[in-house]
Design a protein around this ligand. Structure first.
Ligand code: AMP
Ligand code: MG
Length: 433
């Protein structure tokens, strides 16, 4: 793996967020994206495919709809009845067609048939007048105004949504509930998806204490592995928990070597700040090519990225992300850098998170020359307008701010102070699908 950008290290200027993103995307694309290891596939039943990444296009085996059918409850007839010289059309009702019915009567001139939504259109009919625009007369006739319907209306044509043989869902799609429904509507009960990327997580720091142990003075609970695990599992990927690692070269070497044998990607947190990193850096030089970056952002300034060398047990390199230790910085760097890289590695396409402009309820102080990811709450003001406010104090260690937030407020590199009522970009945490 080429890491010229990655290895610019401490003496270099700060990288901007977009430079760091591009460097990661390029390194992954050139070194891993097409490698067989990351793109092994498996075939799974449809109900197990949520959040998995589609490995080959789903071609529709059928026309959708499979036959011409009615889009409305109403009366079906042939459009030749809509002659210009008649203001009011009267037709004889000769029966009813229900959805699912396959024995269809034929209609002669002057006749119509009552038809339900989704019912097959009899061959001699091409138009439906919705029931609410019609009057039934006592002598078995139905009447409606000529102007209410045009030839061919309220009929769904065979193959209108999708034609047999055409792609319904493209390779690289992250499968959402609607995709599974769409596959089911085509009678497809299993899908070829990429095997889940295996991601090893570990927390480094002598101060860290496992949540099952009792806290002694000077220690803090390790929360990062729980954030990270959940973030990764939400992406549908497999987590290998490598626990807490003490900050010694031997412990780190052992843990990273073991993790690299089992995982496609390693994500560690802590130990990349100046000082500590000199030491991690030395160890990383031995195990692979890892660059230590300072990024012009807040929170999450230091980050390491690169790859660990292949070994006899694992013939491909392992992607490595060394995230900062502060819990908020972990989540910010995960969503701003790691998420896309993991999806890219797992074969996904089109996974950008949209930036949505929302008015800021209050002023926000911001220094130009770095990107800030503030924790925000999008809310509805008493006038019913959606606005955004920060969660308050934005310290990188205040995990409660992430927990209370429902969005990141993204203050871009060149942006300065925000005045009340200014538009700011937000990234909403939860998506519907
Ligand atoms: P570091 O990047 O190792 O200097 O850590 C920065 C801050 O994050 C320090 O206050 C650490 O105690 C804290 N920290 C590091 N790792 C974790 C973790 N796994 N869980 C919670 N806090 C952490
Ligand atoms: Mg540390």
């Amino acid at each position: 793996m080429q890491t010229s950008k990655a290895n610019q290290e401490f003496q270099s200027d700060f990288l901007s967020v977009s430079e760091a993103r591009n460097a990661i995307a390029n390194l992954i694309a050139s070194s891993y994206e097409s490698s067989a290891m990351h793109l092994r596939t498996e075939t799974l039943p449809l109900h197990q495919c949520l959040n998995r990444i589609l490995a080959s296009d789903i071609l529709s085996p059928i026309d959708v709809p499979a036959h011409d059918n009615s889009a409305m409850d109403g009366y079906a007839f042939d459009s030749s009845e809509l002659r210009d010289d008649r203001q009011n059309i009267e037709l004889t009702i000769i029966g009813t067609v229900h959805a699912g019915q396959t024995d269809l009567p034929s209609i002669s001139p002057g006749e119509c048939i009552k038809i339900m939504t989704g019912a097959l259109m009899p061959a001699t009919c091409n138009t439906v007048v919705p029931q609410e625009f019609t009057k039934t007369l006592s002598n078995g006739l139905m009447s409606f105004s000529r102007s209410i319907v045009h030839a061919g209306e309220n009929r769904r044509l065979q193959g209108e949504d999708l034609q047999s043989g055409k792609a319904a869902i493209l390779q690289g799609r992250i499968l959402h509930p609607a995709d599974l429904g769409l596959a089911a509507s085509l009678g497809i009960h299993k899908l070829e998806v990429y095997e889940r990327t295996k991601v090893a997580i570990l927390s480094s720091g002598n101060e860290l204490c496992d949540i099952h142990d009792s806290l002694v003075p000077g220690k803090i609970y390790d929360s990062n592995r729980y954030n990270l695990r959940a973030c990764i599992e939400r992406l549908g990927m497999e987590v290998i928990d490598c626990g807490i690692v003490r900050d010694t070269p031997d412990d780190l070497r052992k843990s990273f070597t073991m993790a690299a044998q089992k995982a496609d990607v390693i994500i560690s947190s802590g130990g990349v700040s100046v000082g500590e990193a000199d030491f991690t850096k030395q160890m990383m030089e031995e195990l692979g090519e890892v660059g230590f970056w300072k990024i012009a952002m807040r929170p999450g300034r230091p980050m390491a990225f690169g790859s660990l060398k292949p070994s006899s047990n694992k013939p491909t390199p392992t992607v490595f992300f060394g995230l900062p230790g502060n819990p908020v910085a972990v989540m910010v760097t995960f969503y701003q850098f790691v998420r896309n890289a993991l999806l890219q590695l797992n074969g996904a396409k089109r996974f950008e998170i949209p930036l949505i402009p929302v008015r800021s309820a209050a002023g926000i102080r911001k220094k130009s020359g770095r990107t800030e990811f503030q924790r925000g709450i999008v809310f509805q003001n008493p006038q019913g307008q959606w606005m955004v406010k920060t969660t308050g104090s934005q310290g990188a260690g205040i995990l409660r701010s992430m927990s209370e937030a429902n969005c990141f407020i993204i203050l871009h590199h060149d942006q300065g102070n925000i005045e009340p009522g200014d538009w700011v970009d937000v990234e909403i945490f939860d998506g519907l699908l």
